[in-house]
Design a binder for this molecule. Structure first.
Ligand code: HEC
Length: 132
């Protein structure tokens, strides 16, 4: 009687621990964006802002990292990655702060020290494909 009672508690505890671990796994799966598709990688390689001045800034500052898959930077046009980042930072606007101040391997101002804040916003909007 006593043994089966203890076994019951043990089994219940194992169930609780198991379901907590399962939930954690589910949450990780939900927050990690799907990797870019081949189409998205091809798009990022050629995408250029339509405004000539912004295109020039993009080419000399952001393109080297954000148009190349596998370097750790979110790809231009890979919406799922940008959206997941925005959610983690507390909104699309917060990405502007990351870009200006730098974030992990992302250098401050994206190596464009003469960029205005407005240009940084425009560049992020171009890479995300939506307005901040
Ligand atoms: C030297 C490479 C490099 C350059 C140049 C660069 N970035 Fe990044 N950027 C990165 C990397 C790497 C990340 C991902 C950082 C991480 O999550 O570890 C990133 C992430 C970002 C993010 C998301 C930050 C966050 O909070 O997750 C924004 C916004 C961004 N870059 C904007 C820009 C803009 C705008 C430019 C051009 C003006 C630019 N970057 C130029 C490497 C670069």
């Amino acid at each position: 009687m006593k043994t089966s009672y203890l076994f019951g508690i043990g089994a219940a505890a194992a169930l609780v621990v198991g379901s907590v671990a399962w939930n954690a796994l589910q949450e990780n799966a939900a927050s990690a964006p799907a990797p870019p598709t081949l189409d998205q990688i091809a798009f990022a390689e050629t995408a250029t802002p339509s405004d000539a001045e912004l295109a020039a800034v993009y080419d000399r500052s952001c393109r080297a990292c954000h148009a190349l898959d596998g370097g750790g930077a979110p790809l231009t046009g890979h919406a799922a990655d940008w959206r997941a980042r925005a959610e983690e930072r507390g909104g699309l606007r917060a990405l502007t702060v990351s870009a200006i101040e730098g974030y992990e391997n992302m250098p401050g101002m994206g190596l464009c020290n003469d960029c205005s804040e407005g240009q940084i916003v425009d560049l992020i909007e171009f890479m995300i494909g939506e307005e901040l």
